[in-house]
Design a protein around this ligand. Structure first.
Ligand SMILES: [Zn+2]
Length: 464
């Protein structure tokens, strides 16, 4: 890695292009020839930032996502592929927050956004209650175009912390107001319910995949995409009316790259975390693959030019899932996930409508969703749990969310989950592009902010 990548003004375009050209081979891309009349570098080392978050992605999720990609598509995942690019820099991130070894998404995303550790639940607001300018607001004031893409509600913790300030992540109505008032260029995801009654007239509002695709490439208005009332669907059961994460990613890159002044864009695969909480292997792995498709699009964009910093990471582990069987039964179990058609949320909704929630009824619902035939003893445990018995599993935490359902499915897939909670694990960060050499092998999560800020040559987060 050339050391000249480190300074704001002395960064070498030639060095970067040469090295990227070698690295781009994995994606089969050819790079544009260096323009002889290229202007001298601007003050920023990168014109664009793409910051990608697979929310709540434990190391086992990354590994199993890669395995599933190999089984289904006979190639490694795009994230792993990018790690083989010689220009890529990697780090392990310590995600602890100001008040907990185990962070939540609000505290982690705030640390990226403002550069300080905050308490769990706080959105770009310090433990003393002081709000700091979130990075998209700072970027907007510096003349960059700004965007948020997520599969959760756009008011959910991760996108919120890049754009808003509230003491409590649950104040999503207030977050929605701030998203509108602050005038970001592109905000797309779920969460229409928090925008009801708010003035949307300054925005081009889109409500479906078709409406998104109908927008002209050079649309210059502020775009607000609200595809669902709450979170968008898991990829495993996503309806055609909702765009996939890679479609949203391509749309955002096309739109923001046509606006003036460079851009800062956060892209979140937000429901990897939810599936982890639910101990739901199909929800988890298909959303991880959807995120990986988005990585391919972002990497293609980044590798085709020399002015974009791409960072791909997660905010914490969730539930630390793993394939945990040494024998061929493990491989056979993992392959059973290919046939899963529905998430645990879908199972829960079906159970809610089942007349008597008998063991037999529950076994049939699980079969419809997964293709699995669970044992009678498993169906009886499930009936007890759905009837309200929260002591089915001797590990008390494991009775939360859909723990017992997850454990029963584990018997058939060999994919086991630690708990329904976040974990303190160090997490992966992968970076590529101008400014990436500031990434160190092991960093506290708020130190990532300095990498973003220096790459875009932004001032520090100011008190609001
Ligand atoms: Zn979570």
């Amino acid at each position: 890695m050339p050391a000249n990548d480190r300074t704001t003004s002395g960064w070498s375009r030639r060095g970067f292009l040469t090295a990227t050209g070698l690295g781009a081979a994995g994606f089969g891309l050819s790079l544009p020839a260096r323009r002889a009349d290229a202007a001298p570098r601007e003050r920023r080392t990168a014109s664009n930032l793409i910051f990608m978050v697979a929310d709540g992605m434990s190391a086992g999720t990354l590994a199993m996502g890669n395995l599933l990609r190999q089984q289904i598509h006979a190639k490694r995942s795009s994230w792993i592929d990018l790690m083989h690019n010689e220009r890529t820099v990697r780090a392990l991130i310590d995600t602890r927050s100001a008040d907990s070894f185990v962070t939540d998404s609000a505290a982690s995303a705030s640390a990226w956004s403002v550069g300080s550790l905050v308490n769990n639940g706080a959105i770009s607001t310090l433990p003393d209650g002081k709000p700091l300018s979130p990075i998209l607001l700072t970027a907007k004031e510096a003349g960059l175009a700004t965007g948020l893409v997520t599969t959760t509600r756009v008011t959910h913790a991760t996108p919120a912390a890049f754009a808003a300030n509230v003491g409590d992540r649950n104040l999503e109505q207030e977050i929605a107001s701030q998203l509108l008032d602050r005038g970001f260029d592109l905000v797309i995801g779920g969460g229409a319910r928090f925008f009801k009654g708010l003035p949307l007239d300054a925005h081009r509002v889109i409500r479906s995949r078709n409406e998104m695709h109908a927008i002209a490439p050079d649309e210059n208005e502020r775009i607000l995409g609200l595809f669902t009332d709450s979170h968008m669907h898991y990829e495993v059961e996503r309806p055609d009316s909702e765009p996939s994460l890679v479609e949203m990613t391509r749309f955002a890159l096309r739109n923001l790259s046509k606006r003036k002044g460079g851009f800062a864009l956060q892209i979140e695969g937000g429901r990897v975390d939810h599936a982890g909480h639910n101990n739901d292997p199909a929800g988890l792995l298909y959303d991880q693959l959807a995120f990986d498709d988005a990585i391919a699009a972002a990497a293609e964009f980044t590798l085709s030019r020399d002015d974009t910093l791409l960072i791909i990471t997660t905010d914490h582990g969730t539930a630390n899932p793993a394939l945990t069987d040494y024998t061929t039964a493990g491989a056979a179990g993992f392959e059973r996930v290919h046939a899963f058609k529905q998430s645990f949320e879908w199972i829960d909704a079906q159970v809610a409508q089942a007349p008597d929630r008998s063991a037999n009824e529950l076994a049939n619902i699980v079969n419809k969703a997964t293709g699995l035939t669970i044992r009678d003893t498993e169906a009886e445990l499930l009936a007890r749990w759905f009837a309200g018995d929260r002591t089915v599993d001797p590990f008390a935490l494991a009775n939360k969310q859909f723990g017992p359902l997850g454990s029963i499915i584990s018997n058939h897939t060999a994919i086991a989950f630690l708990s329904p909670n976040h974990t303190c694990d160090f997490v992966e960060l992968t970076a590529l592009g101008p400014g990436s050499s500031r990434v160190k092998p092991h960093m506290a999560i708020n130190e990532v902010h300095k990498v973003l800020r220096a790459a875009l040559d932004l001032p520090g987060a100011k008190a609001l």
